[in-house]
Design a protein around this ligand. Structure first.
Ligand code: GDP
Length: 419
């Protein structure tokens, strides 16, 4: 009843920073595409009428822009935010992910172990499908057990990637372009570098899920050290999961919490040098119960037990919400910076190139025009006079192109500043 929260929509989600930026940058590139189109027609005309006005290499460059812009547009349409979950088996990764997805999508516990990489991403279709590597076949999945079956019937290497395409319709996080990756338990695998190379280089956030009954292990630390070597300043969150277990020992809670916090901060701040202690304590380490959070969020009665909250659950639910909010802020900001900044720079380059090329032509033809006028005064040559008239006519076209280019340029600059 009353403790369930509204999980249908969340218009104020920090993830909107990314989704809005994506819409804006798509818009800008469509504008750039139409400017590139206009310009290339204009430059082809110039080339035909007067080769002196435009250098051949510039002309050739300009004719390749159309394809380049289309390529960027297609990359933008595929850009997303990516989060990788890792930690030892049974620490609760799948449960955390389900709680964030607000539904029991991933199989959890009880003999199940994720022994390969699992990526959950959005589809516009209404039905979920599983993509197994090496098989072209799309397996449609209706529920949890069919995902489990699809996974267990295959023999998969620990560094293979199974994709679950989940209907965007059903989940806010996925609708807002977040891709979630579950990794095999970090205890079983040794090829950490290969993992990082294959699945983590484009990740915006890493979430380490630890069981509050244990501590960060050597292999978990090693993984993060390797990540930090490959990616400068990775965003790392540490979730101390199963915090509900502390309900049994209330007198211990504070000291245990402080111990975990000290070790975690020492690792994040002193060893990896990622942020200062205050920032890490407030925004990077959270004491949660994924089990309770999922119970609170999963509204499907057929898969949700009716009871199971421990003493003090409200505080843990609050902590989970706080974690999620920080996570959303962090991932959308990072993804906008890493993914869109480069597009914005490319867009600027293209516009600047065309503006300069066109301005050059206008300048030169202006100079030529003066010459023509002088010549015109001196001679009665009809051809020169005609040519001059023709030039004046194309001036208005140039003027229009210049307006378009200035407008696009302004918008590109504006977006960059907004970020
Ligand atoms: P994974 O192997 O890291 O993906 O771990 P799972 O999500 O499959 O969880 C392993 C077991 O721990 C399951 O039985 C879960 O129900 C249980 N579990 C997960 N999170 C919590 C939690 O916060 N509290 C408690 N008490 N159990 C949890």
């Amino acid at each position: 009843g009353s403790i369930r929260q509204n999980n249908v929509t969340n218009g104020n989600s920090p993830l909107k920073l990314f989704t809005h930026a994506k819409v804006t940058i798509t818009d800008i590139f469509k504008n750039i595409a139409s400017f590139v189109n206009d310009s290339s027609i204009y430059l082809a005309d110039v080339m035909k009428s007067d080769k002196e006005l435009l250098a051949m290499d510039k002309y050739k460059d300009s004719q390749q822009l159309k394809e380049r812009v289309n390529r960027i547009l297609s990359i933008i349409s595929r850009d997303h935010m990516k989060v990788v979950f890792f930690g030892r088996t049974s620490n609760g990764k799948s449960t955390v992910m389900n709680a964030m997805l607000r539904e029991r999508i991933l199989p959890v516990g009880m003999g199940h172990t994720t022994n390969c990489f699992l990526q959950i991403e959005g589809t516009d279709k209404m039905e979920a499908v599983v993509l197994i590597p090496g098989s072209e076949e799309l397996k449609s999945v209706h529920n949890l057990s069919s995902i489990s079956n699809a996974l267990s019937s295959e023999k998969l290497d620990s560094d293979s990637l199974v994709k679950i395409l989940w209907p965007k319709e059903k989940c806010r996080l996925i609708r807002d372009d977040v891709v979630l990756v579950d990794s095999p338990g970090i205890d079983v695998s040794t090829n950490l570098d290969e993992w990082i190379e294959k699945y983590c280089l484009d990740a915006d956030v890493f979430i380490l899920v630890i069981s509050a009954e244990s501590t960060i292990t050597v292999s978990e630390k090693k993984f993060l050290h390797n990540v930090a070597q490959r990616l400068s300043n990775p965003n790392i969150f540490i979730l101390m999961n199963r915090w509900d277990a502390t309900a049994n020992e209330p007198e211990m809670v504070e000291s245990v919490r402080q111990q975990h916090l000290d070790r975690g901060l020492e690792f994040l701040c002193d060893e990896l040098n990622l942020c200062d202690r205050k920032e890490a304590a407030e925004n990077r380490m959270f004491f949660i119960s994924a089990r309770e959070a999922l119970l609170n969020r999963n509204t499907d009665p057929s898969t949700s037990p009716r009871s199971g909250y421990n003493e003090g659950y409200r505080e843990r639910l609050h902590e989970f919400n706080k974690f999620e909010h920080e996570f959303e802020k962090c991932i959308s900001k990072t993804a906008v910076q890493t993914k869109f900044q480069q597009h914005t720079n490319r867009g600027r380059e293209i516009i600047t190139f065309l503006c300069e090329t066109i301005a050059n032509i206008i300048n030169r033809s202006q100079t030529n025009k003066e010459e023509y006028l002088t010549k015109l005064k001196e001679t009665e040559d009809k051809n020169v006079f005609l040519e001059h008239e023709l030039r004046s006519m194309t001036d208005s076209a140039k003027e229009r192109i210049r307006h378009v280019s200035e407008d696009v340029y302004k918008r590109v600059a504006q977006t960059l500043n907004d970020e």
